[in-house]
Design a protein around this ligand. Sequence first.
Ligand code: AHR
Length: 824
Amino acid sequence: MKPILSALLLPAVAALMAPPCSAAEEADSVDLAAFANAEGKSGLQLAWRADENSPWQKLNSGNIVSSDFGPWGSHKKMFDPLLQHNADGSWTATWIADPKDPVLATVSSPDLMKWGAQSYRMTDSRRRPTVEFDFDGERFTGSVVRVPASLISTLRAHYAARGAEYRRNSELMKDDPTRFAGLESPVYTVRAIPAAEKPISDKLIGIFFEDINYSADGGLYAELVQNRDFEYAPSDRGNDRNWNPMTAWSVDGSGDTKTEIRTSEPVHANNPHYMSLDVRRKGASVVNSGYDGISLAAGEDYDFSMFVRSPKKGKFAVAVVDTLGNAVASATVKFKGAKDWQKVSASLRAKASCSGARLVITPENTGSFDIDMVSLFPRDTFKGRKNGLRRDLAQTLADLHPRFVRFPGGCVAHGDGIDNIYDWKGSIGPLESRKPLRNLWGYHQSRGLGYHEYFLFCEDIGAEPLPVLAAGVPCQNSGTAAHHSCNAVTTRGQQDGIPMSEMPAYIQDVLDLIEYANGDPATSVWAAKRAEAGHPEPFNLKYIGIGNEDMITEVFVPRFKMIFDAVREKYPDISVVGTVGPFYEGTDYDLGWKLAREENIPMVDEHYYVAPGWLINNQNYYDSYPRGGTKVYLGEYASHRPDRKSTMETALTEALYLTAVERNGDVVAMTSYAPLLAKDRHTQWRPDLIYFDNDRVNRTTDYYVQKMYGNNSGQHYIPAETALSTGGDKARVRVGSSIVRDEATGDYIVKLANLLPVEVKTDADLSAISGLNSGSSRTIPGEILSGEPDSETTVPAAATATLTPSGHLTITLPPYSFAVFRLK
Ligand code: AHR
């Protein structure tokens, strides 16, 4: 931006200036302006000038701090900032975060580079004693202080370094032809040092499951009927009136049938809406269009069920009708005349496969009928579980061999406002009694896939359950009023958290979850509910997450501590996983880690979605983490290209980074790529690990990286000395390796990543590892991913390496490849 300044100094500006300096100091001091644009979208900007007669010069190109109040993105605003220099040398910035219902935000900084926690409170007026500036025709408001000139040099150096770091981390493989022009195939040597072997986590690769992108309803949860409980509501998605109890439902055919959504005397109070039919002349049907239609597989059985209330007995014909109007499966259900609701069911066998079909329910009698909880469920679910999971999708997850499953989010766990926090109790018990919940990603959670089903899935795939519960605060991006909301602060952002008077009940809910998972049904009410649900044995819960990338503020900290202390006191064997914000650095990261160390939290959840170049250039990220004390759960991460595609570039950078994570597997205990699943045409977030529709599962190359790690993990890391013969630092960071030992099999597993555009001749000297070498040359089978950085379709292929008689594993890695070899 060209700094054309016309500072319209309002009278109040004098009050904002620091006290006059002595003549000598004045020579060494300059004006520092801190300001934000009139739309509130610029964040805090800084400019400086030597004196009134000099032009202003901007200090930074982005912002030095931005407002974190209110819903995502452009809703987070900063108006009329005031920057004050405190007597102790620190700085305080205040601004109006919400001009309509004025909220005053405050944040402090020791040096204008690091910033503390933001706090928000209602203020009487948004009038601020600010100065107005015009830069390049844009209007800004802010304040001016006199500061030592040396501060400007310090800040400039700081922002220049940040800029350089940003540029380095933004490197993309499309520029490799220039970046690596003339590079000859280097030789990569690895010398294993088994004497330095160290134990690493046996839970390094897990999965993160969140109901985002229709991952649960319409996805992993095998139910085929959409809006089966008639509980969709406009408020699920921004008061969209087309999203309501009749969504996915219609009335079709001749006859005279009126339908109405009613709420009096429902099946269950948690499930208040149902459909009432008044059939005056037969011939019409009630139709459900499923989630993008219904798919059936020829010869498979499907269980239909429904709650009916009718004063007289009767029958419904039930059919799945394909796009040509043919009934692919059909049955008849009969019901008695009764005042109360009754559950009817039938089994349907598909005569043919279909997709895009509809469920058609046709009353065979005239009269009045109420219907609710209309369900069509494949019998062929994962592990044959009733109310279970879509077999192909669940198997795709199981194939990753994840050591843990984190659920139910992500943001879904702490919700859009405190009334939207995922209350686990509302997700268990008979389906008709579960509490549907608005999904903050703009749709609806039936919660047919609830906590009990998550626990069962973990058990079925041999993974540890890792439920994440809100830390008494909702998502920091909240924007929906809750029961306690009375102003902007209690409506948006962290909403002031769950009121302290309600925290004891909330903490009890957290403790009850541990009882539900692990308690004795004979003595525990919640464990008895688990037994009622068919699982008297405990689920052996060992971990519980408290908080999800929350802001570490005066609202969060006391609530987190209350929950943490209660869990630690009652269940000292449960490992609590805390949270350190949504980035790999910054205020929440710093404060979250400070809290973790002060409170001795067993583990914290780090999140970072980063550019591919970040993963290449930050492989040493964990090398300097203190060993001992709090461990890391890298709970959400992914390589994000600007086009958000899942390609070899994203997959390879993740593979390379994971070699460094394995090296640090003594401090990083768990990792999970995020998000996991995305339904085509219903995707709120990209990239994801697995895309699917009703009939297909599309695994990304990133998925195969996870699978190669999940199926080739070890519990011991073998350090190695490595060298690349040519190409310098920029090539060296593109080649990585890791050697682990799997205790159960005694196998040594070698992973090799080549992110260069040329072949890399690899020579891994494993001679110091005893028992590997039989004295003759051996061919070692393995798996390899190899393809152009832009490829979106690369899948693993078989590969071989040679183990020489002298114990060297040799292979020429193709350009852009990742390989795994298991030495038995
Ligand atoms: O993974 C998608 C979202 O990213 C999660 O819900 C949230 O925790 C993070 O911001």
